[in-house]
Design a protein around this ligand. Structure first.
Ligand code: HEM
Length: 510
């Protein structure tokens, strides 16, 4: 009899424990945000969220307002859509809201990299030194030279023709920016003497193209890999690609390169000094490749696409770029050396800046996530105080809550290249409910996890567009081309990608 009672008790206890883990007993407590667990135990709304996060969050916002808690795959996420609360969240102390926990789980799953305590600090220190201030001048120059290597190498040869060439815009932009960025950061083939220089350049062109080809395969698998929902065949492919990148970017191979950037070599060295073994540093190299190359190419695609769709924007930006070239004293003519666009030249392009910011407003859509480490409260702009529960996660999705808000950005779906400028050329302020906003577009995230490569990324995209507009006439093959729909499985991962490519043609301007 006693045995039966023990067994029964254990069964009931396990059942209750299971239900508890599935979230069946969670109830909204006083002062907590509205709670919506969906209908599927444990999963909650995970499927809807994964299918189209933006659509799902807008639906929840209509249902619950600017703050709500939803169950997603066993975790309770409180989404905050009120932009006046963003500052309080991104500036909250790490003892209460931590971004590392979620980030390190993700990087382990997708890159095989096991984070050490110092990883974030190492990224920050190296990025401040090499991707900002004086370091940025060096990196911008390296990017410039690699863009020349990839885009302008035929310019002075007999192959230079003034005929139209057709291509697919997304692939074209992504390919060139990825390869130039990769060569600038990870270094190039060494050579001795001028004779071997062209051979080494050709090696760089071929090698970087092969790397891009493999990267795109991984890129396509990425969202499902991050959600851990890859079918077995794709899982095997993702594993193969991961190993390929660990090997292609390995510390050993990088030591044989010339011109490796301080950004990459310093981080590698600091990890070694922190006791991270070499095989794990190879994996970190892959993480850096992803972080540095996964967003700029797609963003440059959208920028060029929007400029081609909006002739008045194209004309204005082209005039600005031409003026800056002229004033630098460089002649863009057949037989002349390729133009060298410097960081100082890039600082004289307010229209291009605004067009880029507008593009990022439309297509950059990260989800910022923090783990709640202690029970705490959050005050919204209407004065209500909400309790946040330890163990939950807090998330921001600025694309839906600010970048597409018609009150902040009228006609939010339209590309207005000068949206971020006042008529006198100064930077515009943005308002909601009559109050000035600090966070009106957040392509780079914010706070402790803000993108440390944002200044370099901006220069990479601007250099590429500068060169494209300086050297080429560009047009869409189909003048009536619609804006291609975006791939809704990628919300939350950075720059959005189109579900199909767009054909365009380009021809030397002179
Ligand atoms: C259009 C281009 C880019 C966009 C939209 C972008 C956006 C972002 C965002 C939103 C985050 C933060 C994610 C979070 O809060 O968890 C991030 C992180 C990061 N980005 Fe970027 N990024 C871009 C280009 C670059 C470039 C060119 C580099 C480096 C050369 C770079 C390096 C990084 C690194 C290393 C991190 C991780 C930071 C950390 O863990 O502390 N990004 N990026």
């Amino acid at each position: 009899m006693a045995l039966w009672v023990t067994l029964l008790c254990s069964l009931v206890a396990s059942l209750l424990g299971g239900l508890y883990l599935l979230g069946a007993f969670r109830r909204r407590r006083a002062n907590e945000p509205p709670l919506d667990k969906g209908h599927i135990p444990w999963l909650g709304y995970a499927l809807d969220f994964r299918k189209d996060s933006s659509e799902f969050l807008k639906r929840m916002q209509r249902k619950h307002g600017d703050i709500f808690t939803v169950l997603l795959g066993g975790y309770y996420f409180t989404f905050v859509m009120d932009p006046f609360c963003f500052g309080a969240i991104v500036k909250e102390s790490r003892a209460k809201l931590d971004f590392k926990k979620f980030a390190s789980e993700l990087v382990r799953r997708v890159f095989g990299y096991q984070s050490v305590e110092a990883s974030h600090k190492i990224i920050q220190l190296s990025s401040t030194k090499h991707l900002m201030g004086d370091g940025l001048v060096v990196m911008t120059q390296a990017m410039m030279e690699n863009l020349q290597k990839l885009m302008l190498f035929k310019m002075n040869s007999g192959e230079r023709e003034r005929t139209w060439q057709e291509d697919s815009l997304f692939n074209y932009c992504y390919n060139i920016i990825f390869r130039a960025g990769y060569l600038a950061l990870y270094g190039s083939e060494p050579h001795q003497g001028a004779d071997n220089k062209e051979k080494a350049n050709e090696h760089d062109r071929v090698h970087s193209d092969e790397l891009f080809y493999e990267f795109r395969k991984y890129d396509r698998l990425f969202p499902r890999l991050a959600y851990a929902v890859l079918p077995p065949k794709d899982k095997i492919e993702a594993e193969r690609l991961k190993r390929l990148f660990w090997s292609m970017l390995s510390v050993k191979k990088s030591r044989q390169k010339d011109n490796i950037s301080g950004w990459v070599s310093d981080q590698e060295q600091s990890l070694a000094e922190n006791g991270v073994p070499e095989y794990m540093r190879d994996r970190f190299m892959f993480l850096l490749l992803w972080a540095s190359q996964g967003n700029t190419g797609p963003a440059a695609f959208w920028l060029l696409f929007y400029l081609m769709k909006h002739p008045e924007a194209m004309k204005a930006v082209k005039e600005e770029v031409d003026k800056v070239s002229r004033e630098s004293g460089q002649e863009v003519k057949p037989g002349r050396p390729p133009i060298n666009v410097t960081r100082d030249m890039l600082n004289q392009t307010p229209l291009l800046d605004s067009a880029l910011e507008e593009t990022l407003r439309l297509v950059a859509a990260p989800i910022l996530i923090r783990a709640v480490l202690q029970d705490m409260t959050l005050k919204t702009s209407d004065g209500t105080e909400y309790a946040l529960r330890k163990g939950d996660r807090v998330a921001l999705f600025p694309h839906a809550s600010v970048q597409m808000d018609p009150e902040i950005h009228p006609e939010p779906h339209r590309f207005k290249y000068d949206r971020f400028l006042n008529p006198d050329g100064t930077r515009k302020d943005f308002y909601k409910n009559g109050k000035k906003l600090k966070y009106f577009s957040m392509p780079w995230g914010a706070g402790i996890s803000i993108c440390p490569g944002r200044f370099f990324a901006t220069n990479e995209m601007k250099l590429f567009v500068f060169l494209m507009l300086t050297y080429y006439d560009l047009e869409l093959l189909d003048g009536e081309e619609e804006i291609p729909p975006i791939d809704s499985s990628r919300w939350g991962f950075g720059t959005m990608q189109p579900i199909r490519d767009v054909r365009f043609r380009y021809r030397l301007r002179f």
